[in-house]
Design a binder for this molecule. Sequence first.
Ligand code: COA
Length: 407
Amino acid sequence: VSNGEERLTIRTLVDEDLIGLTKLMAAAFLLDHTAGFHAYEQSVFEPSRSHGVFDDGTLVGTGQMLTRRMTLPGTGPSPIAAITSISVAPDHRRRGILSMIMREQLDTLHAGGEPLAMLWASEGGIYGRFGYGLASDFVRYRVPKGTPFRRGIELSTDRVRELPREQAMPLLRDIYRKVVPTRVGLLERTDGSWEFHLVDSENLRNGMSALRFAVHPEGFAVYRVRAGWEDRGPIAELVVVDLIATNPAAHATLLRYVLDMDLVGEVVLRLPVDEPIIHQLANPRAAMRAMIEGLWVRLVDLDQALPTRTYAIPLDVVLEVSDPVCPWNAGRWRMTVDDGGRARVRRDDAPADLTLGIDDLGAVFLGGTRLTTLAAAGRVREARPGVVARTSLAFLHSSEPACTEQF
Ligand SMILES: CC(C)(COP(=O)(O)OP(=O)(O)OC[C@H]1O[C@@H](n2cnc3c(N)ncnc32)[C@H](O)[C@@H]1OP(=O)(O)O)[C@@H](O)C(=O)NCCC(=O)NCCS
């Protein structure tokens, strides 16, 4: 592909492109290109699923489609394309390079029969135009040190141990492997994605400590601290990177462990929106909550994508979908869901029950964003009362998507 007036070409990357990719990414993300940054990006690099845009031989734009698996409503971990490394050289912006990459990615996924793409956006205004919908938020909690639980929250009798990274990692992997299929929105982690998620090179720590590993037989907390002192005493900030447990007592025990850490002023946790913490605290208002935009989902081929999950109630609706970027999705589709929650989606000429965009379907796909909310936003229209409400219910799941892992 090339875009006429400039000499821009796009191709799949090869191993030798890694150094160019990491240099471009560092430049695009306003970071220094260090050995640590290079190793960080190398841990997940998939050249054959990466694209580069070249201006007369110089790499000026990149994007990757990492091979990951995510637990979806009613199914175990299922393949998704994790879109990342989207970078355009600072001196080549707003000339359509991101658009070239998006086009190439969507065409590649469509041709390869991969119906789901997901991403974290650096800025919220970038990806809607390419058909991505905001599917999941997360909550950043700030809880004062020592905030007590209400009475009756069960704790585990097993102790939490602080372990060095090498000792902790195999235990973390075992626990995480058990939890992934039980929680919608969790991503299976490969060796590379563990490395990437728990990156610890000094210039990527944001001025904080190295990672610390608190491990319980049925869960773990990974955290960093930013030391701080003021006249009244210590005010360190403890930032939890991962808090994962296989059962509520282990979860509460780990939460208690970080909340009771000496010398800490405040504990910061980045958690799914339905985490139980608020309902465990004696004073729920002690925790400040900021709801932040999380994962964006793109249905590349909606008739393939929608049946990859199950639905909460039976359904029979005709959808009129607009999708200017992937016209193969546009038009009318009948979506039926049987008593077992299994969906079928096929072309249909019947009058539409619901009119919506492909980004709206992406937004509701994980059961996080509600279709009723999109209708209230004026984005989704129904031909008769009740269709939005029923369809919205069908897309919900027993828990919110747990999307906090950035890739
Ligand atoms: C974001 C970025 C990739 C955009 O690349 P680009 O090549 O300048 O984008 P394009 O020229 O293809 O723009 C396509 C459209 O998106 C819009 N757009 C681009 N960046 C945008 C942004 N940050 N916010 C809102 N809209 C944006 C453009 O205005 C254009 O709109 P139009 O079609 O209405 O004209 C680039 O600015 C960049 O590398 N930023 C720093 C790194 C980064 O944030 N990467 C994204 C990681 S998730």
